[in-house]
Design a protein around this ligand. Structure first.
Ligand SMILES: Nc1ccn([C@H]2C[C@H](O)[C@@H](COP(=O)(O)OP(=O)(O)OP(=O)(O)O)O2)c(=O)n1
Length: 525
């Protein structure tokens, strides 16, 4: 069985389903365009070109965007060795994929006699923006900064890469004619919010539709908000942006949903590419895992959960994945689709690709390019509009078949790359580097005798956060003393989060007394 069966275009009836708040798909932009294009501050630039292209340009010209070339995707680009994706090369691919998905959705909609369903330039802008908030060292940096923010700095809304993206767009980055942020349109800001809520989202709001992806109910009944696109001080900006798009509470806009699935498509394929090239994806253990599951599908399905959780034999990882998908996403999980996905990945990736180690030859390059092109195209073509019948999915989704294939590819990466102890040990070191920098900056700010020499940018970031806390509505505004502490904390986190991997290394070493790192931070300090 192959993916091809399931990449047929969605039918006209599917396209006519209500999306984002019940509007007929084709009428959405025509009706709301005034609000979609609104900016927080008056902006002379809008006379120059269409507002979405202006936003796209602002993001592409941002120093936060250039910085992504020196930020970890999975492993740090500053480590040398085999070339791997960094957050910039990843972003470029997400945006190329997202644009094609958007255009395909529009073409099919027009063929079905409807208008466009999404704005391709807004989709592209959101894709360019989507990872701006990734801190040094990628996900590891995100977890470390979140822990430090909550446990040591008193920030109840922690640190989250998506929320940091939104903060950069709307508060930290600058354009000439606005006091803060890039002054983007409501449509682009809303589309950049993959998880359109803050950690303070109320249980009643969650219960209205059920917990979306990024929010989980824990055994004590409370909701844990793992992913979110706004900190408390940026929430009003997000709420205002979302008034301009007709997305329901806790639901992505159509353009945001396209960006989200393009992200999944991009990394599920290019992570395999990176680690196959680097010689990290060993054929034998991966083939054993796939064979171990495929040779005993019925037997695996019949075993009880506790047994499978403890099982070490090859195949157990895939079985745990199957159970997790059924548990978390019963609206789409399907045993036949899972079996097809494991069989296809086994045939096309494990047997065709990994069995022959990458040797740098043009033949190997062609084989890899064929694999990448084929899978990206299938996934792209499978994207379709979906009625809002589950809180776990946005208004645009991958087909069930493509979704299972993406999940199996991600599994290979998680199981055979991310869980390696050699990667883990290095990440533990990087975590220490960030913790050292955060603590040392805090001590410096507390040093009455030397505070005046702290970096000007750090003090400006603190002042910005202080101003934002002071502008919160009375019922959410902290006291002046609390705001002072919170602003200091948010400023430190903003400062460290916007370093590149190499700058984070240099800061930590310089602050620990390594004399040869004196100029390594450049103008940053
Ligand atoms: N513990 C982890 C988790 C993920 N990754 C890598 C694998 C992918 O290349 C990329 C995925 O992370 P993204 O931030 O791009 O996307 P997600 O969809 O996982 O998260 P989010 O929705 O928060 O963007 O990061 C990693 O190195 N370590």
């Amino acid at each position: 069985m192959t993916l091809h069966d399931e990449t047929t275009p969605p039918d006209a009836a599917a396209l006519a389903h209500p999306v984002s708040g019940g509007a007929a798909a084709g009428s959405r932009h025509a009706r709301a365009v005034g609000n979609l294009a609104s900016r927080v501050y008056p902006d002379g630039d809008d006379a120059r070109a269409d507002p979405w292209s202006i936003d796209l340009e602002r993001i592409q010209f941002s120093p936060y965007f250039s910085r992504l070339s020196a930020v970890t995707q999975v492993v740090s680009p500053s480590m040398g060795g085999a070339p791997v994706h960094n957050r910039l090369t990843h972003t470029l691919k997400v945006s190329a994929i997202a644009r094609v998905v958007a255009l395909q959705l529009n073409t099919r909609s027009r063929q079905a006699g409807e208008g466009d369903v999404c704005n391709a330039t807004v989709v592209e802008a959101a894709a360019y923006a989507h990872d701006l908030g990734h801190p040094p060292f990628g996900h590891l940096g995100e977890t470390t900064l979140d822990r430090l923010a909550r446990d040591e700095l008193g920030l109840a809304d922690g640190f989250e890469g998506n929320a940091q993206t939104y903060r950069i767009l709307t508060a930290l980055d600058v354009v000439e004619n606005a006091p803060r942020g890039l002054n983007l349109t409501a449509a682009v800001r809303a589309a950049s919010a993959k998880y359109p809520w803050a950690p303070s989202v109320g249980a009643a709001d969650i219960e209205r539709i059920g917990p979306p992806r990024g929010i989980r109910r824990s055994p004590d009944g409370a909701y844990r908000v793992h992913k979110y696109s706004a900190y408390d001080i940026d929430l009003d900006d997000l709420a205002e942006a979302r008034q301009g798009v007709d997305a329901e509470p806790l639901r992505q806009s159509i353009e945001g949903a396209v960006m989200d699935l393009a992200d999944d498509i991009a990394y599920s394929v290019h992570d395999v590419d990176d680690f196959y090239r680097a010689g990290i994806l060993d054929h034998a253990p991966i083939a054993a895992e796939f064979r171990g599951w495929l040779d005993d599908v019925l037997e695996w399905r019949s075993r009880d959960d506790a047994e499978v959780r403890a099982e070490l034999a090859p195949g157990a990882g895939l079985e745990r994945l199957r159970r997790k998908m059924r548990r978390d996403d019963p609206w789409i999980a399907d045993d036949e689709a899972f079996l097809a996905a494991v069989s296809d990945v086994d045939a096309e990736m494990v047997t065709d690709l990994l069995a022959r180690p990458f040797d740098g030859s043009l033949t190997a390059e062609r084989r890899l390019a064929g694999f990448t092109d084929r899978w990206i195209r299938r996934f792209q073509e499978s994207a379709r509009l979906r009625p809002l019948d589950t809180p776990r999915a946005g208004p645009v989704v991958l087909s069930p078949w493509a979704w299972h294939h993406v999940e199996v590819l991600k599994f290979v990466h998680k199981r055979f790359v991310l869980s390696r102890p050699d990667l883990a040990i290095q990440q533990r070191g990087m975590s220490r580097i960030l913790a050292r920098s955060v603590r040392a900056l805090g001590e410096w700010l507390d040093d009455d005798l030397d505070r005046a020499r702290t970096p000007r940018r750090l003090r400006e970031l603190i002042a910005l956060a202080r101003e934002q806390y002071a502008q919160l509505p009375a019922e959410r505004r902290p006291t002046d003393a609390e705001a002072e502490t919170l602003a200091r904390s948010r400023g430190i986190v903003d400062y460290v989060a916007s370093l590149t991997d190499a700058q984070a290394f240099a800061l930590s070493e310089a602050i620990s007394g390594r004399a040869d790192r004196l100029w390594a931070l450049g103008q940053r300090l």
